[in-house]
Design a protein around this ligand. Structure first.
Ligand code: HEC
Length: 162
């Protein structure tokens, strides 16, 4: 009896510890984990892989209309297996305002389902993404304090050979 009780207590502790280690994810967070984190990292930080860091940076793209559109027109986003436009909008809002930290300009509006529906039909399918990104980043300036490092995929990449 005592052994059985101990076993039950042990089980209980194990499952409590497991629950503590696995915080509940929101829908958009688990969509990100499933569809994007394999390349961009759980926290949006993929450096030094040749994949852009999203963490504390991706919101700068909302400084211009072109940058905003670019985020949804990216092939991995436009062609996402997430077919529901509201669901994709919610996930991208988590990406830019959550992972992006304070990088989004003040007052930037969240993506909406109709906007996502319209833009994903114009996926950047044929052009060079590197060139498209360079053009977007060159025009970001304006009212936004965009760091120089946005020219690169992550902070400190200036030193890398590219
Ligand atoms: C197979 C790996 C892979 C997956 C999966 C992936 N991406 Fe990417 N992503 C990349 C690469 C590589 C680039 C750089 C492309 C380029 O040159 O602009 C990129 C670029 C981006 C950018 C532009 C950032 C910048 O600084 O230019 C964003 C935003 C982005 N991805 C978001 C996502 C989201 C959201 C998902 C999930 C729906 C996703 N990605 C899935 C590899 C991936």
């Amino acid at each position: 009896m005592r052994a059985a009780l101990a076993a039950v207590a042990l089980l209980f502790c194990a499952s409590a510890a497991q629950a503590a280690a696995l915080p509940e994810l929101t829908g958009p967070q688990s969509d990100y984990v499933e569809h994007c984190s394999g390349c961009h990292g759980m926290q949006g930080n993929s450096a030094p892989a040749e994949i852009p860091v999203l963490r504390d940076r991706v919101g700068y793209f909302l400084c211009t209309r072109q940058g905003r559109d670019y985020l949804i027109r990216l092939p991995n986003v436009a062609y996402s297996a997430i077919t529901d436009n509201q669901e994709l909008a919610d996930m991208m809002n988590f990406v830019v305002f959550g992972l992006g930290g304070n990088s989004a300009p003040k007052g930037a509006k969240p993506f909406t389902a109709p906007e996502v529906a319209r833009l994903r039909r114009k996926a950047l399918a044929t052009q060079s993404l590197i060139a498209a990104r360079a053009d977007v980043v060159a025009k970001l300036g304006g009212g936004c304090a965009v760091p120089e490092s946005m020219k690169f995929f992550y902070d400190g990449q200036q030193q890398a050979a590219r």
